[in-house]
Design a protein around this ligand. Structure first.
Ligand code: BG6
Length: 481
C-alpha cells in the first residue's frame, strides 16, 4: 500500500519533537512502505535537503536509543520532502494536489499539526481543491477548539469537506500502550467485570501529574490552562474507558458510542457545584527533584497577573445504574511532586470485619507512566500469631517486563493507525463536543469569579484544598492514603 503523509505545520514543534521521531521509529521497525512519501509543508522557502538537515539536527534531542545513526537517517531521509505553502492561497493547495496526483498513492493522510485556528481555513481549502476523495484522511491535533462553539465550528468545516470516517482526531493518550491495556483489562478478562460497579467500588481516582512547568509554551498555555489542556481530553477519555459499558464489538463506532454515553451521563456542573467540587491552583516557586524552580507567574510569556490554572482537581459522578453515587476524582497539574500518571480503583471495605485492626480496603492501581503496570493491593496473614492483624501485600505486574520486546510509542501507534484507516483510537466529533459541553460551566464560572487560583509550591501535590476535596468523602489521594 503506497502512502503520502503530509504535515501542515511541518517546521513546528510538534512535527519535529514528536511526529518525526515517531515516524523514524516506525521506519526502523519496518512499518513504513519504502515508497511512502512524507511531505512537510510550511511557509518558508527550503529545499528537501535543507529540510532533511533541519530534522536531522533536531534528532539530537531525542533519547539516544531512539536516535538514528547517520546511515539510518540517510535512508529515512529519502522519504522526506518539503514544500513551501501559504495556507491562505488557493493556488498553493492546487500545487499540493498536483504533487499528490503525480502518483495517486493508495492512501493520503493530511496531518494538521498547525495552530487550531487554521483548521477551518485548511479544511475548507482542501475541500475546494478536491483533496478530500475517498483515499484521503485528515488528522486533527489537539487542542480542538477552545470551547464548545469553536469546537463545533471546526467540526462543521471538517464535515463540509470530509466524511466523519475520514476525520482522525488525535488524543495521544489513546495511543499509549498503558491506556489500551485498560480496555484489555476490562474486556479481555472476565475477572474484574462483575466487580466493576457501584456495589464493589467505593471511588475512582485519575491522576495525571507532571513535574515539568510550562517551559517555553507559556504563551499557548496561558490562554489554555489545565482544564482545557488535560481534563477536557486526556482525563475524560480515561474516565470514559473506565466507566463505559462493554461494547458489542471492537469496532471504532461500537466503542465510541459507549464512550459517548458515559460523557452524556456525567453529572453536569452548576456554579454552586463548581465552587464545591472543583479546585484550581497555580504553582509558585519551589523545588522539583532537588532543583529550585520559578513560579508560573515568572515563566516566559506569562503575564504577571495571570489567573490561568496550572492545577485542577475535581469530583464528579457518572449518573447511571452502574455508577450512581460513586465519586470519580480527576486531578492534573504542572510542577507537581513527580511525573506520575495513574488510576486508583478503591474497592469497598469488607461488609463484616472478623480480623483485628482497621481494615484496608482492596485497591487496583493502574500505572500509566512513567511505569506501565498493575498493582492489586490485598491483605494477607503472615501466620505468626493467633488473631494477628492482616498485612498489606500487593501483586505487581510490570508490562515492560511482561513484554520484553520494545513497545510502540503513542504517536507511532496513532500514525500507523491513521495510515491504515483504523479509527478505534481516535475521538469522534460528538464525543469531543460532549466533553466541551461538560467542562464549559466550569470555564464560565471561573471567568466570572474574581478569586484567583489557589497557590501551591512547585514540587508539592497541589493546593491543600485538593486533599480536602476528597477528604470530605472520607477518601485520600494515593500519596496520602
Ligand atoms: C499534552 C499537553 O496534550 O499532553 C501538555 O498539551 C502535556 O501540556 C502533555 O505536557 C502530557 O503528555 P504526556 O504524554 O507527556 O503525559
Amino acid at each position: 500500500m503506497s502512502f503520502d503523509l503530509v504535515f501542515f505545520g511541518g517546521t513546528g514543534d510538534l512535527t519535529w519533537r514528536k511526529l518525526m521521531p515517531a515516524l523514524f521509529q516506525a521506519f526502523r521497525h519496518g512499518k513504513l512502505a519504502a515508497d511512502g512519501r512524507i511531505l512537510a509543508v510550511a511557509r518558508d522557502e527550503r529545499s528537501d535537503e535543507q529540510y532533511r538537515a533541519f530534522i536531522q539536527e533536531r534528532f539530537s534531542g531525542v533519547e539516544p536509543s531512539k536516535r538514528p545513526s547517520d546511515e539510518e537517517f540517510a535512508r529515512f531521509a529519502q522519504l522526506l520532502h518539503y514544500r513551501r505553502m501559504d495556507l491562505s492561497r488557493p493556488e498553493d493547495y492546487a500545487g499540493l494536489k498536483g504533487w499528490l496526483d503525480e502518483r495517486s498513492a493508495d492512501t493520503v493522510v493530511l496531518y494538521l499539526a498547525t495552530s487550531p485556528h487554521l483548521f477551518p481555513l485548511i479544511c475548507a481549502q482542501l475541500g475546494a481543491v478536491g483533496l478530500n476523495g475517498p483515499s484521503v484522511r485528515v488528522v486533527l491535533e489537539k487542542p480542538l477548539g477552545h470551547d464548545l462553539a469553536s469546537a463545533q465550528q471546526i467540526n462543521r468545516v471538517v464535515r463540509s469537506a470530509f466524511q466523519e470516517s475520514q476525520a482522525f482526531r488525535i488524543d495521544h493518550y489513546l495511543g499509549k500502550p498503558a491506556v489500551q491495556n485498560l480496555m484489555a483489562l476490562r474486556f479481555g478478562n472476565a475477572l474484574f467485570e462483575p466487580l466493576w460497579r457501584r456495589e464493589s467500588i467505593a471511588n475512582i481516582q485519575i491522576t495525571l501529574a507532571e513535574d515539568l512547568g510550562v517551559g517555553t509554551r507559556g504563551g499557548y498555555y496561558d490562554t489554555t490552562g489545565a482544564l482545557r489542556d488535560m481534563i477536557q481530553n486526556h482525563a475524560l477519555q480515561l474516565l470514559t474507558m473506565l466507566a463505559m459499558e462493554p461494547p458489542s464489538t471492537s469496532d471504532a463506532d461500537a466503542i465510541r458510542d459507549e464512550k459517548l454515553k458515559v460523557l452524556k451521563s456525567l453529572k453536569p456542573f452548576t456554579a454552586e457545584s463548581v465552587a464545591r467540587d472543583v479546585v484550581r491552583g497555580q504553582y509558585r516557586a519551589g523545588t522539583v527533584a532537588g532543583q529550585p524552580v520559578a513560579g508560573y507567574l515568572d515563566e516566559v510569556k506569562v503575564p504577571p497577573d495571570s489567573r490561568c490554572e496550572t492545577f485542577v482537581a475535581l469530583r464528579t459522578e457518572v449518573q447511571n445504574w452502574r455508577w450512581a453515587g460513586v465519586p470519580f476524582y480527576l486531578r492534573t497539574g504542572k510542577r507537581l511532586a513527580g511525573r506520575d500518571s495513574h488510576i486508583v480503583i478503591n474497592f469497598r471495605d469488607v461488609p463484616h470485619p472478623i480480623f483485628p485492626g482497621s481494615s484496608h480496603a482492596n485497591k487496583l492501581v493502574i500505572k500509566l507512566q512513567p511505569e506501565d503496570g498493575l498493582e492489586l493491593h490485598l491483605l494477607a496473614a503472615k501466620g505468626n500469631a493467633n488473631n494477628e492483624m492482616l498485612s498489606p501485600v500487593s501483586l505487581d505486574l510490570d508490562f515492560d517486563k511482561a513484554f520484553p520486546t520494545e513497545r510502540v510509542g503513542a504517536y507511532e501507534r496513532l500514525l500507523m493507525d491513521a495510515l491504515a484507516g483504523r479509527l478505534n483510537l481516535f475521538v469522534r466529533s460528538d464525543e469531543q463536543e460532549q466533553a466541551w459541553r461538560w467542562v464549559e460551566p466550569v470555564l464560565n464560572t471561573w471567568a466570572n469569579d474574581p478569586t484567583p487560583p489557589r497557590p501551591y509550591a512547585a514540587g508539592s501535590w497541589g493546593p491543600p484544598a485538593s486533599s480536602a476535596l476528597v477528604a470530605r468523602d472520607g477518601c485520600a489521594w494515593a500519596e496520602e492514603a
